[in-house]
Each structure stands twice: as structure tokens, then as C-alpha cells.
Design a protein around this ligand. Structure first.
Ligand code: SF4
Length: 439
């Protein structure tokens, strides 16, 4: 499907063009500890080989800056030109220190300082350094990590996300800094789609549309993670919003690339869905597919129907794929859940993990899923770090966050209720708390 593109500024991230009619690019992020140069370099090489257009690494503090510089140099020595992005949370000092050594820095400027005026001053200094070094930036705001300044004005809403981004975008315009990408990720597909639509409209009104990086954050893993990502990202790409993307999965990050590549290829106009026939009566559709395999069916079906369910153009879909009635019914259930139209199991929120993760997130997530599968409709989050995880629990009823040293903190909403629980007991304690609440 060829989309009508929203015409944005075109930026250059180390030779990869984003926006202004350039092909949609695919990003991913290392989950290694960045200070472990060998492991991170090895993962970057695997990602580049798998087709990542842009690779991100976390930079928790100034001591990782040197590691990033070495990783960057070694990649170039290996002949890998894939641009490197530094992911920064909270520390303006780290953002400024790393900017000369990477092609792009991802920041949430609202977190640079508790005081909003100070945060703006630090953002200004950061832009000066990026300008001097030709470094691009991503203003990356997530639902759940907005500052008090903005939530006091607009609540924790898609509008708050868009308004927060617009303030930083405005500062970039004032300083004539145009090497900017913006993202507004959320785990809830309705919130995510609404936030980007509002942002696109507001940037259009302002006269400068910066390219947008799309993603459903904390999408989880397996089929559910892929379907949720496709629903949110394809809803926007199909209406011309979005220039680069990351599918975040709580798996080996190399697995993110084929899903991202599918989305990019589809909305770059290079592949067609296996949807062969569709009958629509009122707001109910019956769809017939011919796909080579189940993986492809899952992607085609999610992109063909996710937006229509999200936007309530349709209320029900019946699928006929040739892979059996049971599988068809399962995919319909998963798509209804990802589109937030019907919940047939708990809703899981899990980050992909990154260099800040100090425990085996993937195993913990599987364990939590297997023990809580009966809690239909409940939102359970499993997050990779105690630094950023708590802020991202906005949508969750319960949260499970590994602290490191085999200890876990359990959250009710975003309030810690049990700290330092040994990981071997943590799921039992979580279930006891949930049962106690249910009476
Ligand atoms: S919440 Fe997850 S992805 Fe985000 S910084 Fe922490 S470990 Fe990394």
C-alpha cells in the first residue's frame, strides 16, 4: 500500500535520511550493558547484518560515554556505517558529553531537571553542542514519563504528550536547529495513535513538521507484542504519519528487525497484504487471506484491521486464513485486545530491556505471564529497571521491577508496595497481593 506522506523536514542521521519523502527507516536498540564494549559491539554487528538502518545504545551516565566512542570507532573500522544513537534519560551532562561521538542523541528534555526553567536552559546548551557537531536529536517523550509541569496543565493525556513535545520543538525552531525527530510512545495503542495525530496536527499548524519516529512502547513479546506494535504503527503509517520506526519486543532485539522491515516495506509501497477478499456488513467484516505462513498472516491481518478497530469503523472481524479455525479465532482475540476493543486475557506491559536492566527480564516476564494468565483484563507490567520503569507504569494495575542482585520491587499502580523481594518468591508475593485486593 503506497501512502500519501505527510511532508516533513528532511534530516540526515549519519547518511540515513529521515522524513521529507525518504523511505521509512527501521531502528532497534541494544539490550547489552554499554560499558561491556565487546558484547555491545557484537550485538550491533548482528543488528546491522539483520538490516537495522539505525542502532541505539543506552548511555546511563558519563562513564559510558567512552564506551560509546569506542563502539562507534570499532563499528566504522569493521566497515559498518550504520548510525549510532545514544539513549539518555535524566542527565543533560551525559547528553552533552556523548553528542560529539554519535550520529543522534535521544533525550526527554523535560527530565533534564526537576525545575522547568533549568531544564530549558540545559536543553539550549545541548542543542548548541549538537549543532556544533552535526548531531541529530530525537525528542522522545513517553506516556508516563511526562514532567509534573505538563501533567498539572493537561493531565496524563495524549494532549499533554503533544503539548510537551511542541514546547521543545518550538525551542529547536527558535534556535534554528532543524536536525530533529520527535516521538510520543505509549503502550496503550489508543493513547499512542491519538498523541501522534495531535502532534502532527500541531506541527502542521506551527508551519514546521519534523519527522516522527513511531513505536508502541513496552509492547511485550511474541505474537502479542508484534500485533500491538503493528496496530499502533500501521494505523499512523497508513495515514501518512511516521518516517522511521522501532518495534520494541521483550526478546533478542535482532527479532525486532523483520517486523520493523515488514512495516517499512509495506508502507514504502513495496509489499502487498495477503488479504484476498473482504465482506463488510454494518461494522462487521469477514476476511479471507492467502498467506505463505502464519508469521506473515499475523502481520498482514494486524495492519489490515488494527486501525479500523481502533477507530471503531469496525466492531468485529471474522478471519478465514486456511491455518485452522482455532488459529483464526486466536488471532482475532489478540487483535481485539491489541486494539483495546475486547480483553480476553490480562494486558501485559513489558519493556524491551536495555543496558540499564540488571536482571533476566525475559525469563521474569515469561514467569509472570504463565502465573497470571487467569487475571483477565488486569494490566500487569514487567519493567527492566528501577530508574525508568516506575515512571512508565502509568497504565498498569500492578508492576514487577527487577532491582538487580536477584531482588524485585512490586508496585500497585505506580506506588511501591513491597521492596527487595527475592526473585524466587516475587511472583508468589505479587499473586498474594492481587488475591488480597480481590478479597
Ligand atoms: S524501563 Fe526498560 S527499556 Fe526503559 S530504561 Fe529501564 S530497562 Fe531500559
Amino acid at each position: 500500500m503506497k501512502r500519501e506522506r505527510l511532508f516533513t523536514e528532511k534530516i540526515n542521521v549519519g547518511g540515513v535520511l529521515i522524513g521529507g519523502g525518504s523511505p521509512i527507516s527501521v531502528q532497534t536498540m541494544c539490550n547489552t550493558h554499554t560499558a561491556d564494549v565487546i558484547a555491545t559491539l557484537d550485538q550491533c554487528l548482528k543488528m546491522a547484518e539483520a538490516g537495522a538502518d539505525i542502532i541505539r545504545v543506552t548511555v546511563p551516565g558519563p562513564k559510558e560515554v567512552d564506551a560509546v566512542r569506542i563502539i562507534h570507532d570499532k563499528l566504522r573500522e569493521e566497515g559498518i556505517r550504520t548510525p549510532l544513537v545514544a539513549d539518555i534519560h535524566f542527565s543533560a551532562k551525559t547528553a552533552i558529553a556523548v553528542a560529539p561521538y554519535v550520529e543522534k542523541v535521544r533525550i526527554n528534555p523535560g527530565n533534564f531537571h526537576k525545575d522547568h526553567i533549568q531544564a530549558k536552559a540545559l536543553f539550549g546548551q545541548f542543542l548548541d553542542v549538537c549543532k556544533e557537531n552535526g548531531t541529530a536529536i530525537r525528542i522522545g517523550l513517553n506516556h508516563g514519563s511526562l514532567g509534573d509541569y505538563i501533567t498539572n496543565l493537561y493531565g496524563n493525556t495524549p494532549e499533554a504528550m503533544a503539548m510537551a513535545a511542541m514546547e521543545w520543538v518550538g525551542m529547536c525552531r527558535e534556535k534554528d536547529f532543524r536536525n530533529v525527530v520527535v516521538s510520543l510512545k505509549a503502550s496503550n495503542t489508543i493513547v499512542m495513535v491519538e498523541a501522534y495525530r495531535l502532534l502532527a496536527a500541531k506541527m502542521k499548524e506551527s508551519g514546521t513538521i519534523f519527522p516522527m519516529h513511531l513505536g508502541v512502547t513496552e509492547a511485550g513479546n511474541g505474537d502479542a507484542g508484534r500485533i500491538k506494535s503493528c496496530v499502533g504503527i500501521s494505523a499512523l503509517l497508513s495515514e501518512g504519519i511516521g518516517d522511521t520506526l522501532r518495534v520494541s519486543l521483550t526478546e533478542d532485539p535482532v527479532n525486532e528487525i523483520p517486523v520493523g522491515r515488514y512495516l517499512a516495506d509495506r508502507y514504502n509501497g513495496n509489499l502487498r497484504s495477503g488479504l484476498k477478499n473482504i465482506n463488510i456488513t454494518g461494522r462487521r467484516a469477514v476476511a479471507y487471506y492467502e498467506c505463505a505462513d502464519k508469521d506473515r498472516l499475523l502481520l498482514d491481518f494486524s495492519c489490515d484491521f488494527g486501525k479500523r478497530l481502533l477507530d471503531r469503523e469496525l466492531d468485529e472481524v471474522e478471519l478465514h486464513s486456511g491455518f485452522g479455525e482455532e488459529y483464526d479465532a486466536y488471532l482475532v482475540d489478540e487483535l481485539m485486545q491489541a486494539s483495546r476493543r475486547r480483553f480476553y486475557r490480562p494486558e501485559y506491559v513489558a519493556c524491551p530491556g536495555c543496558g540499564r536492566t540488571l536482571y533476566n527480564l525475559q525469563d521474569a516476564f515469561e514467569q509472570v505471564k504463565s502465573r497470571t494468565s487467569h487475571l483477565k483484563g488486569m494490566v500487569i507490567a514487567v519493567m527492566g529497571c528501577i530508574v525508568n520503569g516506575p515512571g512508565e507504569l502509568a497504565d498498569a494495575d500492578w508492576g514487577y521491577i527487577g532491582e538487580g542482585n536477584h531482588l524485585v520491587t512490586i508496585y500497585k499502580k505506580n506506588v511501591p508496595v513491597l521492596r527487595h523481594v527475592p526473585d524466587a518468591e516475587a511472583v508468589d508475593r505479587l499473586l498474594e497481593l492481587i488475591e488480597a485486593q480481590q478479597g
